[in-house]
Design a protein around this ligand. Structure first.
Ligand SMILES: Cc1cc2nc3c(=O)[nH]c(=O)nc-3n(C[C@H](O)[C@H](O)[C@H](O)COP(=O)(O)O)c2cc1C
Length: 188
């Protein structure tokens, strides 16, 4: 274990202004244990829709920025809703852009996931699709704890501050586990 502060990049799978997942990411930034910091939340809404012709014409600036942010992060924390039982188009697009060679930036990247949804199930299904997608590009997704925030409207106040103590505890456990996971992955 080193004294280096771990830099965490947040990625939110929802683009909407009042996203519960974005609110959850911000809350996670405040709940991080000592030695770990949310240094940035990526702007994946600026990415063009993936198109090989666009890439061949030159990597767009927002894509370069995302790839640099992922590459420089010690770990990536993803918060996402599920859309029709799976990954949102914005998140899949970001994963795909960052997965293209050269320098496939998900390679060996420690990743943790949580999901917030309006309904009761909390995004259980999207998490398994995300694990499958990220695993095949050699991202190392923290296996447990799993955090599914269902009925999200009841867990945040009108200003989108996380108010539910049980959810805070689940997120704290996730972040403590994530820190240990990153340290484990970086052990030679
Ligand atoms: C296209 C679409 C599909 C959705 N499908 C699901 C779903 O399969 N499961 C679920 O729990 N919620 C589903 N929802 C509802 C989301 O959980 C809800 O809109 C949530 O608040 C989105 O997250 P956000 O607040 O971060 O934007 C869907 C929403 C949209 C727009």
């Amino acid at each position: 274990m080193s004294d280096k502060e771990l830099k965490i990049l947040g990625i939110c799978g929802s683009l909407r202004n009042k996203s519960f997942n974005m609110a959850g990411l911000r809350a996670a930034g405040e709940l991080m244990p000592a030695g770990m910091r949310l240094f940035q939340i990526a702007s994946i809404g600026e990415l063009p829709l993936y198109n090989q012709d666009v890439l061949d014409a030159g990597m767009p600036e927002p894509v370069k920025r995302l790839r640099t942010e992922v590459a420089q992060a010690d770990g990536v924390l993803i918060a996402s809703p599920e859309y029709n039982f799976s990954v949102t188009p914005a998140l899949k697009n970001a994963i795909d852009w960052a997965s293209r060679p050269p320098d496939q930036v998900w390679q060996d990247k420690p990743i943790a996931i949580f999901s917030c949804t309006a309904g009761p199930v909390g995004g259980a299904r999207v998490q398994y699709d995300l694990r499958r997608i990220l695993g095949q590009i050699w991202g190392h997704v923290l296996p447990r704890p799993e955090v599914f925030v269902g009925n999200a409207a009841s867990k945040f106040d009108a200003e989108l501050r996380l108010t539910d103590e049980t959810t805070k505890k689940f997120l704290t456990d996730l972040l403590v586990g994530f820190k240990a996971w990153i340290e484990r992955m970086s052990r030679k």
